[in-house]
Design a binder for this molecule. Sequence first.
Ligand code: MN
Ligand code: MN
Length: 457
Amino acid sequence: MSHTKTIWEKINGDDGKEIESVSNGYLDFLEKAKTEAEAVDFFVEKLTSAGFKDIETLEKLTPGTKFYYNHIGRTLAAGVIGRNGVGNGLYIVASHIDSPRLDLKPRPVYEDSETNTVLLKTQYYGGVKKYQWVNHPLALHGRVFTREGKCIKIRIGEDPSDPVFLIPDLLPHISKLQKDRKLFEGIEAEELNAIFGSKPDDSKEDPFKNNILKILKEKYGVEEEDLSSAELSLVPAGKARSGGLDSSMVIGYGHDDKASAYTSFRAFMDMGQPDDTALVLFFDKEEIGSQGTSGSQSNFLEYVASMILKKLNGKSEHLDLLSLLRKSKVISSDVDAAMDPSFKSAHDTHNAGRLGSGIIVAKYSGYGGKFEGSEAPAEFVAYIRSIFQKYNVSYQFGTLGKVDEGGGGTVAQDFARHGMNVVDAGAPVLGMHAPFEIVSKADLWSCYKAYHAFMLH
Ligand code: MN
Ligand code: MN
């Protein structure tokens, strides 16, 4: 059987250079932004140095005004007011910046004196296959808040001189107790304990734990109780890398959904002055259902849209807000599954997305009979096709997997409930939600071009 044409076979001129430039920028982003808070920091720094202003500090918005809104350092919006203001609605590209990982529990540190170790208790965040998270070097990222209100940023395990952490799996020689477990239970949730140290001090009780707590205090200014008012996560340590002998891919942690976040941010920054007001949104909490103050189910979007109306038109009536939202258009930019070469039977091969064939437009998400998903109106899919063709974007259509094989949702439904036109579109990914995932550099470029085309339309 012949292959579906890839982007590599369609590029010409400077396209190859642009693919390299987008993927190099993406490698840098993945290194710096492994958590939602780090992603917000990365974007805000770029926005402020490009002259974007916090919308709360702006008195008035006029065509060309560049602004952002940062909600508690975990969710972010950035926008440029269009020549037409908001008369034609907002053009929104929305992605998420949280990725599956292992969070520390509120009381994470415990000593196991029988094994001469001190460990960290974790709780997985998002849909993970637990057995994939053992035997990988892990880094500790996050923030600790002290009683005095101080915020201590933690990032241990990324500098080559830093220590890293590991959850060891049982050696194969004596693993009979795992033999009859099903694959998904190979490692159970309460077995996801990372080794944090193995050196005692001279205390009578808990000498291993005490030694670790001393280091935490001396090196980072963190007391044990501070760990209960912290958001600390274990994430795969190390940099993302080029993948394949032909360097056609990026292998790294967090393509879901940083591939969409980075390419939409970059397309937005390169866009210039749009006709219609363009917004990029970066949400937290998507991997656990989008609830919470930093999730897409919160009123973040209504707040931002109300502020735009108020500062652009001098008033923001409820009905004005509702009608602005109803005429807005959204790409919910989230990665999709690339057909897995070793597990093709999980896919409907006729409808599966292919690595390297471009951004996947997914008309609907959900599972089984389209339950709990969001489906784009066909006329909006046609509109998106027309824009992509106008701007020469390579794209493909796809569904996540075989109908009754499973499924998944995105932030799309949280836009649809405002009566907005919204469709899911993002890069195909192999090995999604694993500590390391694969994305094609050509598909990253295709996403960049697609989000760019949509915002300019
Ligand atoms: Mn996602
Ligand atoms: Mn996901």
